[in-house]
Design a binder for this molecule. Structure first.
Ligand code: GLN
Length: 478
């Protein structure tokens, strides 16, 4: 089997006109046909469509030069269905395309297929998908993480140099860590959410996965930007992330979240994150211990706010306008109930119930309002920290990828494992997961870099310094 092709090779060789794009695309398609049965990255994959889109793409003058990009199946696009891995939307064709995908195509990206996810992006293992099973390329008995599991698998398996996911509480960074690839959640509002099926609108953000830091920079540059169709999108120019990427940061001050490495964190995570700190110290960074006193409330806060917003966003799936409709209803109320009971899986129903409860009169003040106040305190912790340091560094997850089925009957345990990723969503700040080591059993580990709003350029440059100093293994499937 031919080796994986990374984003830097694809883009730089295309620019130098020393690249046979058509042959490279066939390498990718070949890899998918060899490994996809085992991996389950995609919910929809149509090689002929990919070839056609590729032929119609301007590969001479565009940033991405025809690079194939796997896309999470909660992003709307008019050719492919938008299923959100849910029975509810299994046959749903969107009448419009997400702005991020319009931008992607404008910059020469070619959609390679729609990737598997936890239903409506709710979960951390992709086991909540109603439509498929995804496996970790480093060990197929382990989960790839979630909810953007399929997008992480597509990159780790070498099906595409890069992919797109969405991150509401860690759904890019956690699967990136589990699959040994780079994952970046941009600042809230940096990438338009228009056409991203809403989970929790005040937290959702689209971002890249990549084998190398370069690909994350290129893909973010392609999809980011102001969009009048998303009222929360930010009207700031998109920096040229690629142009500055290889310039190391000078006088870099890194805040080490050592308190995140205390109880409940596996030794392998502690050791690899500490080694990453040592690496930055050797690269000349000043390391400052930083405490975020409210981060212990992150999980409780998120699991009130995200389900509350979800319960409201998902009220539109009633069997009337679009999507699944039960055949059994005897009255309007009955039809609603049966449609939603049959169309949504257990985790989605659990979130809707949690959210409805937290928003109901009598409980709103005790739960939702309290959570909103705590969100502000969490945000202030971060902003205060960034008065002292340029970036923060800590773990992504308490442990490496776990075995399939291990947490099937224990949703709370999975919620608790989101503790290190949720804060960036609550604060609206950018954060990335970068591969930083391996467990003894050969599973990848990630380190998280977080920065103040709009510091993607610095996060990428710092990640690039690390990549240069401690290059990681990619593509376990040879
Ligand atoms: N694991 C978190 C959840 O289940 C995050 C999901 C996400 O970021 N989409 O809500």
């Amino acid at each position: 089997m031919t080796d994986c092709i990374d984003a830097r090779t694809w883009i730089e060789q295309s620019r130098a006109k020393s690249f046979d794009g058509t042959a490279a695309l066939e390498v990718m398609l070949d890899r998918v046909s060899t490994y996809e049965k085992q991996m389950g990255a995609f919910l929809q994959f149509e090689p002929e469509q990919v070839r056609q889109d590729f032929q119609e793409t301007d590969r001479e003058t565009t940033l991405l030069a025809g690079m194939p990009v796997a896309v999470k199946d909660n992003l709307c696009e008019t050719h492919y269905r938008t299923t959100c891995a849910s029975r509810m939307l299994e046959n749903f064709h969107s009448p419009y395309t997400a702005t991020a995908l319009v931008n992607l195509q404008k910059h020469g990206g070619v959609i390679l297929g729609k990737t598997n996810l936890d239903e409506f992006a709710m979960g951390s293992s992709t086991e909540n998908s109603a439509l498929g099973v995804s496996r970790n390329p480093w060990n197929p008995d382990c989960v790839p993480g979630g909810s953007s599991g399929g997008s992480a698998v597509a990159v780790a398996a070498g099906f595409a140099p890069v992919s797109l996911g969405s991150d509401t509480g860690g759904s890019i960074r956690q699967p990136a860590a589990f699959c040994g690839v780079v994952g970046l959640k941009p600042t809230y509002g940096r990438v338009s959410r228009y056409g991203l099926v809403a989970f929790a609108s005040s937290l959702d953000q689209i971002g890249p996965f990549s084998q190398d830091v370069y690909g994350a920079a290129a893909l973010l540059q392609a999809v980011a930007g102001y969009d009048p169709l998303d009222s929360t999108s930010i009207n700031l120019p998109v920096p040229d992330y690629l142009n500055t990427l290889d310039r190391p940061l000078e006088n870099l001050r890194i805040g080490f979240l050592e308190e995140w490495l205390s109880e409940g964190v596996d030794d392998c995570v502690r050791d690899s994150v500490t080694a990453a700190v040592d690496c930055y110290r050797k690269l000349g960074a000043t390391i400052v211990p930083i405490s975020l006193p409210h981060s212990k409330y992150c999980v409780a806060t998120y699991y009130v706010i995200a389900p509350s917003e979800a319960s409201s966003n998902l009220s539109r799936y009633d069997g009337m306008h679009y999507g699944y409709r039960s055949q059994e209803g005897t009255s309007l109320q009955d039809l609603y109930r049966k449609t939603r009971s049959e169309g949504f899986g257990a985790e989605v129903q659990r979130r809707i119930m949690l959210g409805c409860y937290a928003l109901s009169s009598g409980y709103y003040d005790a739960y939702y309002l309290q959570a909103m106040k705590m969100r502000r305190l969490i945000q202030q912790d971060y902003l205060q920290a960034f008065e002292q340091v340029d970036l923060l560094l800590g773990p992504v997850t308490p442990g490496p990828a776990f075995r399939r089925g291990e947490h099937e009957n224990d949703p709370l345990k999975l919620y608790l494992a989101d503790i290190f990723t949720i804060g960036a969503n609550l604060a609206g700040i950018p954060a990335a997961s970068i591969p930083c080591g391996m467990t003894d059993s050969g599973l990848p580990l990630g380190v998280q870099l977080l920065g103040p709003p709009h510091s993607e350029e610095n996060i990428l440059r710092a990640a690039r310094m690390f990549e240069h100093a401690k290059p990681w293994k990619t593509c376990p499937l040879k």
